[in-house]
Write a protein that binds this ligand. Sequence first.
Ligand SMILES: *Cc1c(COP(=O)(O)O)cnc(C)c1O
Length: 483
Amino acid sequence: MTTIHAPLKDVSSSDNAAPFEDVLRQAYEKAIAYLAGLDTAAVGATADLSTLRRQLGRPLAEQGIAAEQVIADLVADVEGGLTGSAGGRFFGWVIGGAVPAAVAADWLTAAWDQNAAVYATSPAASVVEEVAGGWLKEILGLPAGASFALVSGCQMAHVTALAAARHFVLAQCGWDLEQQGLSGAPEIRILASDQRHASVARALRLLGFGRAQVVDIQTDGMSRVEPEALEGALLEKPGAPTIVVLQAGDINTGACDAFETLVPMARAHGAWVHVDGAFGLWAAASGKYRNLVRGVEGADSWATDGHKWLNVPHDCGYTFVAHPEAHRAAMSNNTSYVTYVAEARNEMEWNPEWSRRARGFATYAALRQLGREGVSALVERCSVHAKSLGTRIGALPGAELMREPVLNQALVRFLDSRPGAGEAEHAKRTDEVIAAIAATGEAFFTGSTWKGHRVMRISVSSWRTTEEDVERVVRAVEGVLRG
Ligand SMILES: *Cc1c(COP(=O)(O)O)cnc(C)c1O
């Protein structure tokens, strides 16, 4: 007979810890050195693709090596290939930093190596998610009875919430999606902001909806859905199963849809309203910015991120659903060998993964370190810095502020000063300036094409950004524009 488990020998705790001690201490030292160097290192990556492939592309070895050597090599070989998103002068995409307690909790999550699949696989992970989910609803002003899931990001938050939506609107037509599948089902209409994030389109695709099922709803100059456009689309097919997708925080303008008007309008037509609030939903955490998302709590589902504005390390997203039964019906997967503890939270009933990281620990830690006041202050500070960066950079010679900054996003572009220069020349100039700023190493921004214009996006979503950072960045951009 072969034994599956080696017989347990009598190990002292230090024997258990010994293989980890040196390597974890080394990781700690390297991490601290990295964080300490953020102020002086280039903000963008400096190594090119071929360099990184050369540094990291070793042949797969026959023989393993010491853990400490692996880590020493890793740290040396990623040199130049990390972006400074953990620092205060990184404004590309919408990335967010990570607060210390959340980083530390994330390290422990790895050391504890819990599988947060169900309560039985890690009771503490389950209860931490239960608590963190409740806190998140409170801080975001969402209904206390909403169900939730901690997923990898807003992308999967969309998939989860829209799966619940799909179940719900079909059930209303008497169609059992889990039994009958999509083929032959009543056609669902998706009415979505024409400025929707690409992750919404991908979530829909994964759920079996093609481009033909999505109706673009026109937006205004700030990328907000036009109420008349939504009303018109709703009236086109009365009674058809419908999902409306709105957004809190447009990735370009930062603007939020007029939920107070749009949500009741869509609900009156029997539609499910899903909100993409990847970063913008966090406006609800601040008394000063809450008015931007007034009425959002009336929606049917919400998707947001922990790894963006809450400053939890990657990856971490949240989904919330006002109809827990639809949410559970779409995700639940009870089989005989999964041990469900009925009265506890079994994460698998709410999220699309089976085995998974215990994401709750880092979220729990971030919310405890910041508190309600800290989250509110983070939202307000980032927004003030975004406004200041947008208006000050936009006022420099050769620059233009495209829109009054909203929340933590601002948009500027750079103009080709030659007579007769048009859209194409300004676009080229804008991309050149973005690259030149990155080349200084002082700051990092990314570009976007917004309503026909090439623009530089300014997104401030890290607790690390200070007023001194803003000064330093404006000086750097000024230097680039002076040439
Ligand atoms: C970032 C973002 C997403 C996608 O979120 P991930 O966390 O990257 O999956 C969706 N919508 C908006 C508005 C975003 O900013």
